[in-house]
Write a protein that binds this ligand. Structure first.
Ligand code: ATP
Ligand code: MG
Length: 375
C-alpha cells in the first residue's frame, strides 16, 4: 500500500477552517498542500501552497487539480459525488467515495444506520406529502447540504410539518422525532490504512440555536457508556471502511441510552480542542491516515474546553483580543475569514485546566471578555 511521505503534496477539496487546520498540521510535517473550492483568499488557501478557485462542477479543473497531488482528501462532506469521482480518476482519494455517498445525505445516512442495527431516533423518510406522518414533536431536516442547523424546522404537528415542507420547496427530507436528551456527546475515531483504529475521549457538546457553542472533554461518562460510544464508533469506521477521521455525534437520552444523531467523515468542531490538549490533534491524524502513516497517540494531556467564536462576537466592533489572551491558559484560533456574519464560525478559544469544568469556565470567561471594550 502506498505511503505518502513528507515532501509530497496533499490536495484538499473545500477551503474552510477544517482545511486550514489540516493544512497547518500538514505543513508542519513538511507536506505541501493544494486546496480546491469556489472561493479565493479562503481560510485554507491562506495556508496552502496553491489555492485553486473553481466550481466543483468543473470536472476538468478537478482532474487537473488531482493530477498535481499525491493524495486527495476533503474537509467537508458536501463535495458533489461527481467531483470526488473525477478526482479519483487521477489520484488516490481518502476516505473513499462510498463514505461521502452515505454521509452527505441525511436520509441515506439514517437508513444506513438503522439497517445496520445502530441506534437512531425515530424518523420518517419524506419524498411526497403522504410521507408526512404524525410522530409527535419533530424536526424536519433537508436530506442534502445541511450544516450548523441550517435547513431544519421544528414542528409540533403534521400540519406544521406540511407548512415547513412547503417552505423547504418540497425537497427530499427527514422527519425526525425530537429527542429529550440529557446531553450531546461526540466521539472522534481514526482508522489507518492497515485498519488500526484509535479514539479520542468523548466530548460533551453544548449547542445554541442548532450550532455547537462549547465542547469539553473528557465528557463525564461512566466507563460503560464511554466504551459503548467508542465501540459504536469503531463499528462504523469498519463497516464504512473509512481511511481517515470519523466523528459520531450522539444524544444521551434521559434514560441513559445512546442514540446516533449524525456522522461526519472528517475532523469535527468538537475535536478542535485536541490541537491544544492531546499528543496528536485530529488534523494530524487525518494527515497520517490519508498518507498511510502510523497513527499518533490520542492521549489527552489535560482536560480541555473549546468555545466557538461566531460572527456575532464582532457585532459591536473588533473584539478585545488582548483581554481574552490575558488569561494565560487561553489559546486563540482565528480562521482568517473576512466577513464576520452572525452565526458564521470565525474562530474558537481553547483552554486546558485541571478539570473539564474549570476549562469550560476559562473559555466562557475569555469569550465574555472579548466584548469588553478596552478602557
Ligand atoms: P452540525 O453541522 O453543526 O453538526 P447539522 O446542521 O448537521 O449541524 P444536526 O446535528 O442534525 O445539524 O442538528 C444540530 C443540533 O440540533 C443538534 O446538535 C441538536 O442540538 C439539535 N437537534 C437536531 N436533531 C435533534 C433531535 N432529533 N432532537 C433534539 N435535538 C436535535
Ligand atoms: Mg450535527
Amino acid at each position: 500500500m502506498k505511503t505518502v511521505l513528507p515532501g509530497s503534496t496533499i490536495g484538499v477539496l473545500g477551503s474552510g477552517q477544517l482545511g486550514r487546520m489540516f493544512a497547518i498540521a500538514a505543513r508542519r510535517m513538511g507536506y505541501r498542500v493544494h486546496t480546491y473550492s469556489p472561493d479565493r483568499d479562503s481560510p485554507t488557501g491562506q495556508i496552502a501552497d496553491i489555492e485553486i478557485d473553481a466550481p466543483y462542477e468543473d470536472l476538468d479543473r478537478v482532474r487537473a487539480f488531482a493530477s498535481a497531488v499525491d493524495v486527495v482528501t476533503f474537509e467537508f462532506e458536501n463535495v458533489p459525488a461527481a467531483t470526488a469521482e473525477a478526482a479519483a480518476e487521477c489520484a488516490l482519494v481518502r476516505p473513499a467515495g462510498n463514505v461521502l455517498h452515505v454521509t452527505q445525505h441525511r436520509l441515506r445516512e439514517k437508513m444506513f444506520l438503522r439497517d445496520h442495527g445502530f441506534p437512531v431516533t425515530r424518523f420518517a423518510a419524506i419524498r411526497e406529502a403522504s410521507d408526512l406522518i404524525d410522530i409527535g414533536p419533530a424536526i424536519l431536516k433537508t436530506a442534502g447540504f445541511g450544516y450548523d442547523g441550517k435547513g431544519q424546522y421544528r414542528v409540533k404537528s403534521v400540519t406544521d410539518a406540511e407548512g415547513a415542507w412547503n417552505v423547504m420547496g418540497r425537497t427530499e427530507a427527514v422527519l425526525e422525532a425530537i429527542v429529550d436528551f440529557d446531553a450531546e456527546l461526540s466521539v472522534i475515531g481514526v482508522r489507518g490504512v492497515d485498519g488500526e483504529c484509535v479514539f479520542y475521549a468523548p466530548s460533551w457538546n453544548q449547542h445554541t440555536d442548532g450550532i455547537l457553542d462549547v465542547s469539553s472533554a473528557p465528557a463525564p461518562l461512566g466507563e460503560k457508556l464511554q466504551n459503548e460510544a467508542i465501540e459504536i464508533t469503531r463499528a462504523l469506521l469498519e463497516q464504512l471502511d473509512v481511511t481517515g477521521v470519523l466523528c459520531v455525534e450522539f444524544f444521551l437520552t434521559r434514560d441513559g441510552q445512546l442514540l446516533i444523531n449524525e456522522l461526519a467523515p472528517r475532523p469535527h468542531n468538537s475535536g478542535h480542542l485536541t490541537i491544544d490538549a492531546c499528543i496528536t490533534s485530529q488534523f494530524e491524524q487525518q494527515l497520517r491516515s490519508v498518507c498511510g502513516l502510523p497513527l499518533g497517540s490520542t492521549q489527552m494531556l489535560r482536560p480541555a474546553a473549546m468555545a466557538n467564536l461566531l460572527g456575532d462576537v464582532w457585532a459591536a466592533g473588533e473584539p478585545n483580543w488582548a483581554a481574552a489572551c490575558a488569561i494565560p491558559e487561553i489559546k486563540l484560533h482565528l480562521y482568517g475569514k473576512l466577513a464576520p456574519r452572525p452565526g458564521r464560525k470565525m474562530g474558537h478559544l481553547t483552554a486546558t485546566a485541571d478539570s473539564p469544568h474549570e476549562a469550560e469556565q476559562l473559555v466562557r470567561t475569555a469569550r465574555a471578555r472579548l466584548l469588553n471594550r478596552p478602557a
